[in-house]
Design a protein around this ligand. Sequence first.
Ligand code: C2E
Ligand code: CA
Ligand code: CA
Ligand code: CA
Length: 278
Amino acid sequence: ALYNSKTSLRGRTTVYSAEHEARIRSERAIEAALQSADLASEFQVYFQPVVQLPERFVVGFEALARWDNPQLGRIAPDKFIPIAERAGLIHRLTLSLFEKAVEQIKALPGTLSLSFNLSAHDVTSAETVAALLEIIRRAATDPRQITFEITETSVIGSYEAAETCLQVLRNAGVKLALDDFGTGYSSLGYLHRLPIDCVKIDRSFVAGIKDPIASGVVTSIVNLCRSMKMQCVVEGVEESNQLELLEAMHCRLVQGYHFSAPLPFEDLLADARENGRV
Ligand code: C2E
Ligand code: CA
Ligand code: CA
Ligand code: CA
């Protein structure tokens, strides 16, 4: 018996370290592919509509990065963004993606907003912030049309640097949204310390919205935002019963597969034309 338990223990250790090694190998491969990637051709920006209730108008789009590498295939942003950060490649990547997003959205009416995700490294770099603003200026886009989405975790490590950068963006006229709200550590603390215009409620709350606690959290955040005169977007709306509950809470802005998955710009435009919106 003793012998058996030892082997199984050793077996498990081996499996664990094999998995660990495989992950490290895969991350190294992604990093190497990122280093030599052709940003212009391998990366694309998809767009997901943000919908206003109760009218169900599209009021804007969130830009979401997609990477198709010739060797590795499609790699999810959740995977490559942290690797790009560690490898010091995020600056170049952010600017290239933002430039694409701004370029494409120019074809749409100026009343529609563009939301763009920034990483921790972007919101603590004065150089990146200046370059982002330069892209907006060169494209002659109204800065008020742009919202940068940041997460709480991205500002925790270097609060001072982030606060300065966020203030520079805000002074230039762009809006700021706190992403994945409710999943961080000190959500409420950051809400009044940072110059935020909008809160995005994480989709985990919507997934459990039939549960009274989750729906209570959503109601409280929606009401809190209203009293702080902030916008609030509920993410991850997939089903019509979730939408009905959110409408009953007088929730104004929603996003999710129920309306549309993130799509290439051409597909969105075709959709909008079909519905006579553009
Ligand atoms: P996020 O900013 O929270 O983006 C929302 C994610 O939820 C997206 O995943 C989107 O495709 C997905 N989503 C939208 N509606 C639904 C829904 O109804 N149900 C479910 N289950 N999911 C939904 P995606 O595109 O894979 O992006 C993942 C994360 O990667 C983003 O989370 C964001 O943090 C990051 N990311 C994406 N693009 C960029 C980028 O250009 N720059 C940076 N720094 N981060 C990015
Ligand atoms: Ca986001
Ligand atoms: Ca989010
Ligand atoms: Ca996220």
